[in-house]
Ligand binder design. Structure first.
Ligand code: HEC
Length: 108
C-alpha cells in the first residue's frame, strides 16, 4: 500500500504531462489554430509545407525554452521580414496555448 501511495501521484503527473503535450500537438497541427504544419515539417504531421525549416532536434537547437517561446510568440523580433505569424503579439492563440505548443515542439 505504501508503495502504491508513492507511485500513484507520479503516474497522475505523467498522464497530465502527456495530455498537455497532446494538446500542444493538436494545436500545432490544427489548420484553424497553430497551423504550424502549413510551413514546417513536423514528425507525424501530414502534408506539411516547407516555407520554414523542419522542426527537428528542437531541444538540442533550443536548449533555452524561453528562446523557443519567444520565436513562437513573435518571430518578427528575430527576423523583421519573417513570414511566420506572431502568435502571441497577434493573439492568434492564447498564452496558455502557446505554452502547450512550446512544450510539445520542445519534444521534437
Ligand atoms: C506562414 C509560415 C509559417 C507558419 C504558419 C509557422 N512558421 Fe515557424 N517559421 C517560418 C519561417 C519562414 C521560419 C524561418 C525563420 C524566419 O524566417 O523567421 C520559421 C521559424 C520557426 C522556428 C525557428 C526554427 C529554427 O530552426 O530556427 C520555430 C521554432 C518555429 N518557426 C515554430 C513554429 C510553430 C510552433 C508554428 C505554429 C504555432 C509556426 N512556426 C508556424 C514560417 C512559419
Amino acid at each position: 500500500m505504501l508503495l502504491l501511495g508513492l507511485l500513484l501521484p507520479g503516474l497522475a503527473a505523467a498522464t497530465t504531462e502527456q495530455e498537455r503535450l497532446a494538446k500542444g500537438e493538436a494545436l500545432a497541427f490544427d489548420r484553424n489554430a497553430g497551423n504550424c504544419l502549413s510551413c514546417h515539417v513536423m514528425a507525424g504531421g501530414e502534408l506539411p509545407g516547407n516555407i520554414g525549416p523542419p522542426l527537428i532536434q528542437m531541444r538540442l537547437r533550443f536548449p533555452d525554452r524561453e528562446v523557443l517561446r519567444a520565436q513562437i510568440w513573435d518571430a518578427a523580433v528575430r527576423n523583421p521580414d519573417t513570414l511566420m505569424p506572431p502568435y502571441g503579439r497577434h493573439s492568434v492563440i492564447s498564452e496558455e496555448e502557446i505554452d502547450q505548443v512550446v512544450d510539445y515542439i520542445h519534444t521534437l
